[in-house]
Design a protein around this ligand. Structure first.
Ligand SMILES: O=C(O)CCC(=O)C(=O)O
Ligand SMILES: [Fe+2]
Length: 135
């Protein structure tokens, strides 16, 4: 789990809480406080995610994108900071074991649908992503 805390920022238009990224998890469960700020990239725009009382956000992460051979997309997202309020979010990353081999499900790959992702262990995937190496 990761706890994100974004203190008030006097010039929120000049800063970001978290840079645009996709999560390398399979799924992420995000528990926000009551200060908005999460945005997702949709139809070539940053779109604010509405807060719903007592609701969690669930992101599809990179591993589900790979397993589904791109059918489910890992969501590109970022977070803004707020001028007056401290924003917080609790992120729970649901991940495979480090030694698990992750690649497109064989049922989804055939002559018409080539594998779009290489198969590698989750540890290798993390190493490549952290070091900005090609996957
Ligand atoms: O604070 C947020 O709303 C997003 C945090 C996030 O994307 C992350 O921790 O991976
Ligand atoms: Fe994230």
């Amino acid at each position: 789990m990761k706890i994100n805390m974004y203190p008030p920022c006097p010039q929120p238009e000049l800063a970001l809480g978290v840079e645009p990224h996709t999560d390398m998890s399979a799924l992420t469960i995000l528990v926000p406080n009551d200060v908005p700020g999460l945005q997702v990239w949709k139809d070539d725009n940053w779109v604010a995610v509405n807060l719903l009382e007592n609701a969690l956000f669930v992101h599809v992460g990179d591993q589900i994108e790979v397993l589904s051979n791109g059918k489910y997309k890992s969501v590109l997202h970022r977070s803004l900071v707020n001028k007056e309020c401290t924003r917080m979010s609790w992120a729970v990353f649901i991940v495979p074991p480090h030694e698990a081999n992750i690649g497109p499900f064989s049922e989804l790959v055939n002559d018409q649908n080539q594998a779009k992702y290489s198969t590698k262990t989750y540890a290798e995937y993390r190493h490549c992503k952290f070091n900005k190496l090609p996957q």
